[in-house]
Design a protein around this ligand. Structure first.
Ligand code: 8YV
Length: 319
């Protein structure tokens, strides 16, 4: 009899077909994350789970199911801040993610937001759509010229390096970065700085590319933002709660910084009214990996981890 697998949101058809060819798949076709209560039921009812963004696998969820039927969580996505991996391990449950598959697409969205924020693209489009464009003139809507400026990358992992590559080769930007361990080779000429405030004060555009975790929650708070210049921009493509949204709103309203570009939010899909009404912020609905081939590669990677587990092999992407 084939293993029973829960997939918590609809994945591309080819991924579902690959999973269904081997497993007895239950697809939860819903846009919202599961609740903690639903996860407790699922841990007892399925042999494996393929979780998606935000499904709250907290320590309490694992503790509530002392003898789970499920022994593998193959997360769809590189970020696993919604899964307490040490509590899962203690409960005898293996966890994997999808590194690599998301890198280029997420870096592309970072560059999209850098350009949109620097060149005031969404503000301009809103002006035009509202019929408030009354003619071109030489000093209209002047933004930040990215070429030759300094990008400061917070978190020089795979995605940080892919952003550095694009910024250096595409725009001739100087790259500075912060990383908790020394980085021998950033892939392009780059300077590792010693403190967050140094990166914030040196860069014309700061990009957040660290994983979300309790350790990085509110890393970018009022104090960090106060080190930025009034001509600078902040971009977040990582996790929403790395940036203290209320402090960012203050910084954007007061002119402490010139602009921001966000793909992620503290309480997705909620976006504060204050952010939605500000002109100097570009807001995307967590589009980081939103391309069919990317979501397919992520899904196939998660499914391969399930195959390995049920074949009795090591998980290729075990956390
Ligand atoms: C995914 C992401 O779309 O991979 C990640 O960590 O943030 C996204 O790009 C999402 O996590 C899917 O679960």
């Amino acid at each position: 009899m084939s293993e029973k697998i829960l997939i918590t949101r609809r994945l591309p058809d080819t991924v579902l077909a690959a999973a269904e060819a081997r497993f007895d798949v239950v697809l939860r076709d819903n846009t919202q994350p599961m609740t903690e209560d639903e996860l407790k039921v699922a841990l007892a009812a399925y042999d494996g789970i393929l979780p998606t963004l935000g499904d709250p696998f907290t320590a309490e969820v694992f503790a509530a199911v002392p003898e789970p039927r499920c022994h593998v969580l193959a997360n769809f996505g590189v970020g696993y801040n919604h899964i307490n991996v040490s509590a899962a391990t203690a409960a005898g449950i293996l966890v994997s993610n999808t590194p690599g598959a998301v890198t280029d697409a997420t870096a592309d969205i970072a560059l999209t937001l850098m350009l949109m924020s620097a060149r005031r693209a969404s503000e301009g489009e809103r002006m035009l759509r509202a019929r408030n464009w009354h003619g071109w003139h030489p000093t209209q809507m002047l933004g930040l010229h990215m070429s030759g400026k300094v990008v400061g990358i917070v978190g020089m992992g795979r995605i940080g390096k892919a952003i550095a590559h694009r910024a250096h080769h595409g725009f001739g930007m100087e790259v500075v970065f912060l990383n908790r361990s020394p980085v021998e080779d950033a892939g392009v000429p780059a300077r590792q700085l010693n403190s967050l405030s140094e990166v914030m004060s040196t860069a014309d555009i700061v990009v957040i590319a660290v994983p979300g975790s309790p350790a990085t929650r509110y890393l970018i708070n009022a104090e960090a933002l106060s080190a930025m210049r009034e001509t600078s921009h902040l971009i977040n493509i990582a996790r929403g709660d790395i940036v203290e949204e209320a402090a960012l709103i203050d910084a954007l309203q007061s002119g402490q910084i010139a602009g921001a570009g966000l793909d992620v939010y503290e309480n997705e899909p909620e976006v504060p009214e204050a952010l939605r009404t500000l002109e100097n912020v570009t807001l995307l609905p967590h589009l980081g990996t939103a391309a069919l081939e990317v979501r397919t590669a992520m899904g196939m990677m998660a499914v391969e981890n399930l195959f390995a587990f049920f074949d009795g092999k090591a998980l290729p992407n075990k956390l």
